[in-house]
Design a protein around this ligand. Structure first.
Ligand code: ZN
Ligand code: ZN
Ligand code: FE
Length: 744
């Protein structure tokens, strides 16, 4: 008899029914059990049958499962008469929690089959699809430990749930038109299909509806309707930040955007992230309103990923031929606060909506949509959340249990144990007390779920981050040692961890703002580092940020600091004269000034002098628009080495000479990439290190990343980049965890 232990994503993905099926097919007797952290099998049969059985485990495993490790032991035979699935037994160990999974093709087909008993059922799911992480209380994954526990199953569902031949055998969120959760409109006496039809009517007529999904509420409106989009912008006080759009299907997306094969694969994957796609030229048959994603050449698009989304687009009512093929679907949250998940908050927060479509399946953990861009045809995660969290990153070398609390903006936190780093779903900006509460609660829930009790806590070095204060508090209350890790070093470690790279690297961290070892703002750093230590080997030229928070939003203020006098600022009309002189005064008198090496701010300054964006209305706006302009230029430059001061002067002088703005945006990217490559080459020559890790929010810029990578590779250097962990502060917790694992 073989005793087989399978580790990996084997919970909530139909693994036990799969084992039972292949056991029967191969004449194997014995049993299979969910052990919380792994699946354990006792299998008895002829040598040949056992061999085929093991082959099937390795090659026919369910599409959503991931096998990480299989342990096999020989044991004496027992008296089994058949193959059985035994009830879940809980044991401590490494835990692999499945992320939420988009509706599968089979369920989507049944959803619109009038002869199916789940015809038009907004919560149809099976062992291969549906909510997971967001409805789980603790492990092992069984119905009574999810938010489905309050809904008794009807007889027909019970039949399927206990029948090993059913697609829904052991599917925890199983329900149907006769049992389980339902949708309803808040404040109106409409439920089920009536509520969905009413929602469609409002959306088709230009209204705004808040819709409860898997990990929180969305705010939705017709993406083609300029006025509706504008009303949503005004209500959310979000003047220009791009909205994501959900399209009815791939064809509808192709009419608006260019779509490569790789992009299509990710767009249509079980994770169903928001994917940033290049938009077709406006005016050539495109329909999405211009105010959905103003001033940039990309659109964040996604496909319907829940049965409810599909019903909203395709419900067979009289509106079907006219219903919009694209809807704005933006996270439903008041500005600066995490996504709304329950009805009471929805009523408070969404009073401007024409309807609120909710449901009674509780969301236990928030999960925003994940957002992904592409660089050189490889994914580049911008926000890692639903569908990806909490899949672990594997990084050998640390057994210690760690809580890494992350940064303050784009916060995610990480729990780590036994070489596995589990990053949480997106929490967001943790700069007010309400968000700190959400962060605290989420930490508690995730530690329960993953059964991790931290032995060490890690946080950023920044003395004024709310996350630093929280880490200090948890550390003091629980008597757990706390370590503080420099922001940009954590960025580089996160990139090394994602690539499972051990040893010395040249780390290039280009970023917006991070607290440096010397108390100044860092963000243009070249490190020589490994998992244990780092040295700041070089940095871009220091400049002065004057004007506090405003200096991080208003690129013209940085431009003034980089200029010798106000003549050029006046000529380029960077700001009115009072503001220009005010800014110059702060700089000259050293009032409200900090020293900075932030590359993010250099982007802002260049965008300002090129007249592309003088004041950002959302984080990263200037850089995104500068990149969009650069991508409109076909001009080839031969870039020479220049320091950032010289680069700024060069762009400024050419601008004053009236050169084309798009070309200059392009030149700026080329010069910055060239500078980076040459500094790395020099550091490599000195240290003999041949690997460069690129991280920090600035490397979200696909043009800069691509140019820099190319120039480094031409110099014989190996480049490590992020793919599924964000280079921005959303990936910071992973780097902090790596350092904490290696501290003693
Ligand atoms: Zn399914
Ligand atoms: Zn039922
Ligand atoms: Fe950062």
């Amino acid at each position: 008899m073989l005793n087989i232990k399978i580790f990996g994503i084997v919970q909530g993905v139909g693994f036990r029914p799969f084992i039972s099926r292949i056991a029967n097919a191969n004449n194997i007797v014995g049993n299979v059990a969910n052990r919380g952290s792994y699946v354990e099998i006792f299998a008895q049969g002829s040598d040949n049958d056992l061999k085929n059985f093991l082959d099937d485990i390795n090659h026919k495993n369910p599409p959503r499962s991931t096998i990480l490790k299989i342990d096999i032991n020989n044991l004496p035979d027992k008296n089994f008469s058949d193959f059985q699935i035994v009830d879940s037994v809980h044991e401590a160990g490494d835990i692999f929690v499945s992320p939420d999974i988009a509706i599968c093709d089979k369920c989507a087909e049944e959803l619109f089959d009038p002869n199916n008993r789940r015809y038009l059922h907004p919560f149809i799911n099976c062992t291969a699809c549906g909510a997971r992480l967001t409805i789980m209380k603790n492990m092992p994954y069984d119905r009574e430990r999810t938010s489905m526990s309050e809904f008794p199953m009807c007889d027909a569902c019970k039949e399927e749930y206990f029948n090993p031949d059913s697609r829904r055998y052991d599917a925890q969120p199983i329900c149907c038109n006769d049992c389980g959760c339902e949708v309803y409109l808040l404040g109106k006496n409409l439920r089920g299909h009536d509520a969905i039809k009413f929602t469609r009517k409002i959306l088709a007529n230009g209204g705004i509806v808040a819709i409860k999904g898997i990990g929180g509420f969305h705010l939705a409106c017709d993406a083609r309707n300029f006025d509706a989009v504008q009303r949503l912008r005004n209500s959310k006080t979000r003047p220009t930040k791009p909205f994501a759009v959900m399209f009815r299907n791939i064809d509808a997306i192709k009419r608006e955007c260019f779509l490569s094969d790789v992009e299509k694969t990710f767009l249509d994957s079980p994770q169903k992230a928001i994917v940033l796609l290049e938009t077709r030229d406006l005016g050539l048959g495109t329909k999405v309103a211009k105010n959905v994603a103003p001033n940039i050449n990309k659109l964040g698009v996604m496909l319907p990923y829940t049965p409810l989304h599909m019903l909203i687009f395709n419900f067979p009512d009289s509106l079907l031929p006219y219903f919009p093929t694209s809807l704005v679907m933006t996270s439903g949250n008041p500005s600066g606060v995490p996504i709304t998940i329950d009805d009471d908050d929805a009523i408070k927060n969404f009073d401007f909506c024409d309807a609120i479509l909710s449901h009674n399946r509780k969301i236990l953990l928030r999960a925003d949509d994940s957002v992904m861009d592409f660089i050189d045809n490889r994914p580049s995660m911008i926000r890692r959340s639903r569908g990806y969290a909490p899949l672990p990153v594997f990084y050998e070398g640390g057994k210690r249990s760690v809580l890494a609390i992350g940064g303050e903006l784009k916060n995610t936190f990480c729990l780590a144990k036994n070489n596995l780093l589990y990053a949480s779903p997106y929490i967001g900006d943790v700069s007010n007390l309400q968000t700190v509460e959400v962060l605290k609660k989420s930490i508690r829930r995730m530690s329960d779920l993953l059964e991790i009790t931290p032995e060490v806590i890690a946080c950023d070095l920044h003395p004024r981050y709310q996350t630093t204060a929280l880490a200090e508090k948890i550390s003091a209350e629980s008597n757990i040692p706390l370590i503080k890790i420099q922001h940009h070093y954590a960025h580089i470690l996160s990139c090394m961890a994602e690539n499972n790279f051990h040893g010395e690297v040249i780390g290039v961290a280009f970023d917006g703002t991070g607290y440096g070892d010397d108390g100044t703002i860092w963000g243009g750093e070249f490190f020589i580092c490994n998992e244990k230590t780092y040295e700041r080997a070089a940095h871009i030229e220091k400049f002065t940020q004057a004007g506090g928070d405003k200096s991080a939003r208003e690129g013209w203020r940085i431009a003034v600091a980089l200029m010798k006098n106000l003549d050029a600022a006046r000529e380029l009309n960077l700001a009115d004269d009072i503001n220009l002189r005010g800014q110059k005064f702060l700089l000259d008198k050293n009032i409200n000034c900090v020293t900075s090496t932030s590359v993010g701010r250099i982007f802002d300054a260049v965008a300002a002098i090129l007249g592309i964006c003088k004041i950002s209305t959302y984080e990263g706006e200037a850089a995104m628009r500068l990149q969009a302009c650069a991508e409109h230029s076909n001009k080839k430059f031969r870039a020479e080495f220049m320091t950032t001061d010289k680069i700024f002067d060069e762009i400024l002088n050419r601008r004053l000479n009236g050169e084309n703005v798009n070309d200059l945006a392009r030149l700026f990217h080329e010069l910055l990439a060239e500078m980076t490559a040459q500094i790395c080459e020099e550091l490599s020559f000195k240290t003999k290190i041949k690997t460069v890790a690129l991280s920090g929010g600035v490397f979200q810029n696909s043009l800069l990343s691509s140019l820099t990578t190319d120039k480094l590779q031409r110099r014989g250097l190996k480049v490590l980049r992020h793919e599924l962990i964000p280079p921005n502060d959303g990936g910071l917790c992973i780097g902090q965890a790596v350092k904490a694992m290696h501290i003693f």
